[in-house]
Design a protein around this ligand. Structure first.
Ligand SMILES: Cc1cc2nc3c(=O)[nH]c(=O)nc-3n(C[C@H](O)[C@H](O)[C@H](O)COP(=O)(O)O)c2cc1C
Length: 205
């Protein structure tokens, strides 16, 4: 017995996921990439990550034959990049937000973290294949992540946590000016934030 597709999609929409752009090159150094949320750490020793790629993606054969690929973890504010790389067959590399590493691998500027990988294994996974990458470099720029949840791009509040009541008993200080407008008071993120003990306010990531 299998879950029906609509229920499965609805459940997946309720799993917060990272937003990454996975990039590689073909043998002529032409860049390819796609937006991916199905990215996960796999092993610490050796350092492995996995990425699931749809078999119908235009870039699928290029990734299967690739020697290396990069997982670019997008930051808040990079929604346009996520949409562009998530649009099937779009012109993805014309926007000036891409650089190359010393071996020609395309990298997304402004990414929070990049996992530069050697492709070491390929596994079958239904209508997707699983790329297994051994991580060679993992530079971290830092910042706040872009998250995909409930079919929307969202942010996490790192420092928009409600502050303790003012000692004077008067109203609380105003919310941080960068408070995320995508997070409504009905969102599970908001409930998590509200439930946090105010004294040990730490980033949620
Ligand atoms: C937020 C988001 C997450 C996505 N995650 C994945 C993923 O994990 N794996 C995948 O194969 N496609 C994923 N996609 C869809 C691909 O990015 C999209 O099909 C892509 O355009 C395929 O590239 P193509 O132009 O080479 O066909 C995602 C799209 C979005 C918007």
């Amino acid at each position: 017995m299998s879950v029906d597709t609509t229920a499965f999609r609805r459940a997946l929409a309720n799993m917060p996921a990272p937003v990454t752009v996975v990039t590689t090159v073909d043998p002529d150094s032409r860049p390819y990439g796609f937006t991916a949320s199905s990215v996960c750490s796999l092993s610490l020793d050796p350092p492995l990550v996995l990425v699931c790629i749809g078999k119908r993606a235009h870039c699928y054969p290029v990734f299967l034959a690739a020697e290396r690929f990069a997982v670019n973890v997008l930051a808040r504010g990079q929604e346009e990049t996520a949409r562009r790389f998530g649009t099937c067959g779009a012109e993805k590399f014309n926007e000036g937000d891409v650089t190359r590493d010393d071996r020609g691998l395309p990298l997304i500027c402004g990414a929070l973290t990049r996992l530069v990988c050697a492709l070491v294994d390929l596994l079958d996974g239904g209508d997707h294949s699983i790329l297994v990458g051994r991580v060679e470099h993992a530079p971290v720029t830092g910042g706040r992540p872009l998250v995909y949840f409930d079919r929307n791009f969202r942010g996490l509040h790192h420092d928009g946590v409600p502050r303790p009541a003012h000692p004077s008993g008067k109203s609380r200080p105003a919310a941080a000016p960068h408070a995320d407008r995508h997070i409504s008071d009905r969102s599970p993120f908001f409930s998590l934030i509200r439930k946090r003990p105010t004294k040990s306010a730490r980033p949620m990531a």
